[in-house]
Design a protein around this ligand. Structure first.
Ligand SMILES: *[C@@H]1O[C@H](CO)[C@@H](O)[C@H](O)[C@H]1NC(C)=O
Ligand SMILES: *[C@@H]1O[C@H](CO)[C@@H](O)[C@H](O)[C@H]1NC(C)=O
Ligand SMILES: *[C@@H]1O[C@H](CO)[C@@H](O)[C@H](O)[C@H]1NC(C)=O
Length: 757
């Protein structure tokens, strides 16, 4: 009888461990709970919680814990153990690229930076798809020895040997265990189980952050000139966490853990997804560990703009970067049989239509949604052969639509924005002559097609145009605030170039990323907040080089308080989606101005303890806080609100009712990093009816470097008066000036409806 019971027990164990219901779970563990009999945390985990064969990752630097393959009920059972702080189900995240090729060269007026050796010892860790190490952007000529403190490695595998690392690319690792546990073994035919980049995204972001000067750079003739990263002398360490089917949390956490232990100064992570509490968000968890060790983390805001509340990577210790345009464009025209010409963009580089008119059709008018979108197998050759085909943007990749048209025998494509894309244009290196047009132009073309007897059209390509005005413009796709987790913290923090960025590419795939695109290109032109993020990572490396003692918060403060909100016409930066002035929900503090960030005058610093107080203020439980901080904390009994975090922006998120006066006080502490003796005076601009902002004291006198002075900002809102002026959110700013420096903070006032309204 006993034997039978045992057998049954074994059988049920077997069943559960082999069942298809197994998933990867991440367990974060209270490191201090380890019984002393275990010599290491790993030994403790494999003895107390999980069989070694089911272990996927072990985390032992920035945080403690492990990832393992388990059935949900097994995971829940382990989660009951008092030492387990949180159990997270592993999930894939996506890269924040729009796969749109257009290019933007980093403006070369930064003489101060490019001539200097700033950043030459700063190490940037890039969590992405790996690297194509042979690119000229990653050459190490004239670079000094690798910083002695570096503890990273050059991991090897298919297509990658230690010889691929050099004094520029000083580290390369890959993290596949979490991916393989869920998505199956890495397919060696399609990608490399090594740091080598089969996708291109990682080579692009790494070279944007810290690529060397490369002369005669271009993509099929577009955007030709000098390509360079923001910190051309910075060192790169790549951490490959993204594979064909996505980037898994368990691997991202492992990469943060390694990068911090290896000794990076800056991390660039152009990955994200969703808005979840910080203790359930692996990028927030990994980056807290990084920030606590002095490592600056730049993250992408996401590409789900222009919808409000779309911004991701929301934790206040992250620097969250949206995308702006540069002053370069790739115009292309659609000329219709009625003589009208409509303007769009393109990065098509093959033989042109040479002004010849072709029949133009919009098969989606009669054919339904999948035909309108030019999805796979949706176009009948009979209907499109020898014609220019109008396809609607959305759903499948833009370049894939071109391929569908081409395979059905079409001679060209007009890609029309959906109404939700507005006039925001992204060019692509299409495989056939193609032009992207805005929603209005698309409508004009469709109405011409349905009204003309024999509708005809041609496409013309104009190459690269520089000096485009206005620029920067906040890209339509750039994700917008407010912050869905903690509305008291304004996100995104700032914007950086993220439209039409030319940077290094892989040889493993053509510029469209389609498997049928066999073109090879040293550079590619892409758009996305993925492209904006490494600009800020490179900028942080330069700032770290110039000011080695600055904390991540100090670096972010310098970038934010010196950012610009005007464009190259000297007017308010516009929003591509509306063509109207944009606001801090679109751009945070504004567009990065690197040379000014070098000398910000004052900074707003934040310590790890301040972040802990912030977590108390947003009323996370002690256990949830410990998941993030890895230390048990006891929150003070009286704690000021989350808005008292010493952030460089002021977000007055006010609840109340229609008749009340609402009042909120923000305490800020500025640290002098400018002139030893200086006097700063404040000015406030808040052009909103019913909102009054006062600052006390209004003068700050500093008599030494590193000296701190505090002040209070009081925002008072007369709700009725504000609502009668239109309501919504109000935007203004505060500037501290000593006559030389201008330290600017956006002020946003948002009144929320309360019960009874
Ligand atoms: C691996 O990739 C190749 C090339 O893309 C593909 O033909 C093959 O079917 C893939 N194998 C598996 C097992 O997915
Ligand atoms: C464009 O790139 C190609 C390939 O790298 C190179 O041969 C050519 O000289 C470049 N053209 C310009 C104008 O820089
Ligand atoms: C509205 O505000 C007034 C004044 O502050 C207060 O007396 C009243 O109780 C509030 N009403 C509600 C429904 O919150």
């Amino acid at each position: 009888m006993a034997a039978l019971v045992l057998l049954l027990f074994l059988f049920s164990l077997e069943l559960s461990s082999c069942s298809a219901q197994q998933k990867t779970f991440i367990f974060l563990v209270d490191e201090h709970s380890k019984p002393s009999v275990f010599s290491s945390h790993q030994l403790w985990y494999t003895s107390a919680f999980i069989h070694p064969t089911r272990m996927v990752q072990v985390y032992d630097t920035a945080f403690h814990g492990f990832a393992a393959r388990l059935a949900a009920d097994e995971a829940a059972e382990i989660g009951e153990h008092p030492a387990i702080l949180v159990v997270l189900e592993d999930q894939p995240r996506q890269l924040h690229t729009t796969r749109s090729p257009q290019f933007l060269g980093l403006s070369n007026r930064r003489g101060l930076w490019s001539d200097s050796d700033y950043g030459s010892d700063a190490i940037i860790g890039v969590l992405d798809t790996g690297i194509w190490p042979e690119r000229r952007s990653f050459a190490d000529h004239n670079m000094g020895p690798i910083p002695a403190r570096w503890k990273g490695e050059c991991e090897t595998g298919p297509g990658f040997t230690t010889a691929h690392c050099n004094r520029k690319l000083i580290g390369a690792r890959f993290f596949a265990r979490g991916y393989e546990a869920t998505a199956g073994a890495v397919n060696d035919t399609a990608e490399f189980r090594s740091p080598r980049d089969a996708d291109g995204h990682g080579s692009h972001t790494a070279s944007t952050a810290a690529g060397r000067y490369v002369f005669q750079a271009n993509m099929s003739g577009y955007a030709s000139g000098i390509a360079r990263g923001v910190a051309p002398k910075g060192r790169l360490a790549v951490y490959k966490v993204c594979w064909k089917a996505g980037c898994f949390d368990s691997d991202i956490l492992a990469a943060f853990d390694r990068a911090i232990a290896d000794g990076v100064d800056v991390i660039s992570v152009s990955i994200g997804g969703g808005s979840v509490p910080y203790y359930l968000d692996c990028i927030a968890l990994g980056s807290f560990g990084a920030t606590a060790k002095g490592v600056f983390v730049a993250s992408s805001a996401g590409n789900d703009g222009p919808t409000g509340l779309s911004v991701t990577n929301l934790a206040p210790w992250l620097t969250t970067v949206g995308a702006g345009s540069i002053d370069r464009n790739f115009p292309a025209d659609v000329t219709l049989g009625n003589g009208k010409t409509l303007h769009g963009v393109s990065l098509y580089s093959g033989s042109s239509l040479a002004g010849k008119m072709y029949p133009v059709v919009y098969p989606g008018k009669a054919g339904g949604l999948s035909t309108a979108l030019c999805m796979d197998n949706s176009l009948s050759p009979g209907a499109v052969k020898g014609k220019i085909v109008v396809c609607d943007r959305g759903n499948n990749p833009r370049v894939a639509k071109g391929l569908v048209v081409k395979n059905a025998g079409g001679v060209g494509m007009i890609l029309a924005n959906a109404a939700s894309n507005g006039e925001g244009l992204v060019g692509d290196a299409h495989l056939l002559p193609a032009c992207t047009v805005g929603a209005d132009e698309g409508e004009a073309i469709k109405s011409y097609i349905s009204s003309a007897n024999n509708p005809i059209a041609t496409l013309g390509f104009k190459g690269t145009v520089l000096g485009v005005k206005p620029a920067p413009v906040v890209a339509s796709f750039s994700a917008r605030g407010p912050n869905g987790q903690t509305p008291e913290i304004l996100k995104p923090d700032l914007v950086a170039p993220g439209v039409n960025i030319l940077a290094a590419w892989t040889d493993a795939v053509g510029p469209t990323g389609l498997s049928s695109d066999f073109r090879k290109t040293e550079f590619n032109i892409l758009s996305g907040t993925s492209m904006a993020c490494p600009h800020v990572a490179g900028a942080a490396a330069l700032l770290k080089g110039a000011h080695p003692g600055w904390s991540p918060a100090a670096i972010r403060s310098a970038l934010m308080t010196t950012a610009t909100v005007t464009d190259n016409r000297g007017q308010s930066m516009t929003d591509e989606s509306t063509q109207k002035p944009s606001n801090p929900f679109d751009y945070g503090a504004g567009h990065v101005e690197l040379d000014r960030a070098m000398d910000p005058g004052l900074i707003y610093d934040i310590t790890t303890e301040d972040y802990v107080n912030f977590l108390c203020a947003i009323k996370y439980s002690p256990k949830a806080i410990q998941v993030i901080t890895r230390k048990s904390v006891s929150c003070p009994r009286r704690i000021s609100g989350p808005e008292s975090l010493n952030y460089p922006s002021i977000m007055a998120f006010m609840e109340g009712n229609r008749s009340g006066y609402l009042r909120k006080v923000f305490l800020r502490t500025a640290t002098n990093v400018g002139a030893t003796v200086s006097t700063y005076r404040v000015s406030v601009t808040m052009p909103a009816k019913g909102i009054a902002v006062s600052v006390k004291p209004s003068t700050l006198v500093f008599t030494g470097l590193g000296q701190k002075q505090s002040y209070a900002v009081t925002v008072v809102a007369d709700r009725r008066s504000f609502m009668s002026g239109g309501g919504g959110s109000a935007f203004g700013y505060m500037v501290w000036s000593d006559g030389k420096h201008e330290v600017r903070s956006p002020i946003v006032v948002a009144l929320t409806q309360s019960v009874g309204d």
